[in-house]
Write a protein that binds this ligand. Structure first.
Ligand SMILES: C[S@@+](CC[C@H](N)C(=O)[O-])C[C@H]1O[C@@H](n2cnc3c(N)ncnc32)[C@H](O)[C@@H]1O
Length: 213
């Protein structure tokens, strides 16, 4: 298994029950919230004919929606097997699974084996990984045109919320943790990889950012 203890924790945390609930929600409501904002920002920048690397894609909302907007090849790397199975099942139902690749494991460990893409997305994934610099660096390096991120703002209230969220896995003895990484550090890694910010929406908890090359 190509997963660190943290990603093994993610595999347990994002299990079949969580994945089934996410898929039900998506089927009932479509893309919502900050995922919708990220999708709108990317589609207004123009995605037709582009390829997508969706890291930690969950049940694949970004993939399904961008495919419908004209994205061609799709790669989904996820540390959760339950999420990968749901994403693939939904792609099969929508008739495009043959154009998609599903890779299980830690994207940072697998980065050398993953092809670059025009669009790279990390929707609520930076907050699930301890080594932000490695994750964002490898993602940014793969992004030919756009890098889209949804991640928490680094405010005292998001840090307090995440400390509360981490109590449960800590009590259970599970390795999975959530993180609030400093915005300036995330932006610095993107800039060091030749990306400039073209979209920034900041809500009370999450920020939605698109960088372009
Ligand atoms: C909070 S979920 C977000 C899922 C989806 N993007 C969404 O917004 O609904 C975080 C996802 O990131 C994945 N993940 C976290 N760290 C990862 C890593 N290093 N490599 C691949 N996937 C990772 C988890 O398995 C999980 O699917």
């Amino acid at each position: 298994m190509n997963c660190c203890p943290h990603c093994q924790g993610a595999d347990r945390f994002f299990n079949q029950r969580v994945a089934a609930a996410d898929l039900r929600h998506y089927r009932q409501h479509g893309a919502t919230g900050t995922t919708r904002q990220l999708l709108d920002a990317l589609t207004s920048a123009g995605v037709a004919g582009l390829s997508l690397l969706d890291i930690g894609g969950g049940i694949g909302v970004i993939q399904h929606e961008l495919r419908a907007a004209g994205v061609t090849e799709i790669t989904n790397v996820d540390a959760s097997r339950a999420y990968l199975k749901m994403a693939r099942g939904e792609a099969e139902r929508r008739g495009y699974a043959a154009d998609a690749r599903y890779v299980y494991g830690d994207f940072v460990a697998l980065a050398d084996e993953i092809a670059a893409a025009d669009i790279v997305t990390l929707d609520r994934v930076v907050c699930c990984y301890p080594d932000m610099a490695a994750l964002v660096h490898h993602a940014a390096a793969k992004a030919g045109r756009f890098l889209g991120l949804v991640y928490p703002r680094d405010s005292w209230w998001t840090k307090a919320g995440v400390a509360m969220l981490n109590l449960l896995p800590r009590l259970r003895g599970d390795a999975f943790r959530s993180f609030v990484h400093p915005t300036a550090a995330v932006e610095g890694v993107a800039a060091a990889n030749g990306l400039r910010r073209i979209v920034h929406h900041q809500g009370p908890v999450w920020q939605v950012v698109v960088f372009a090359r």
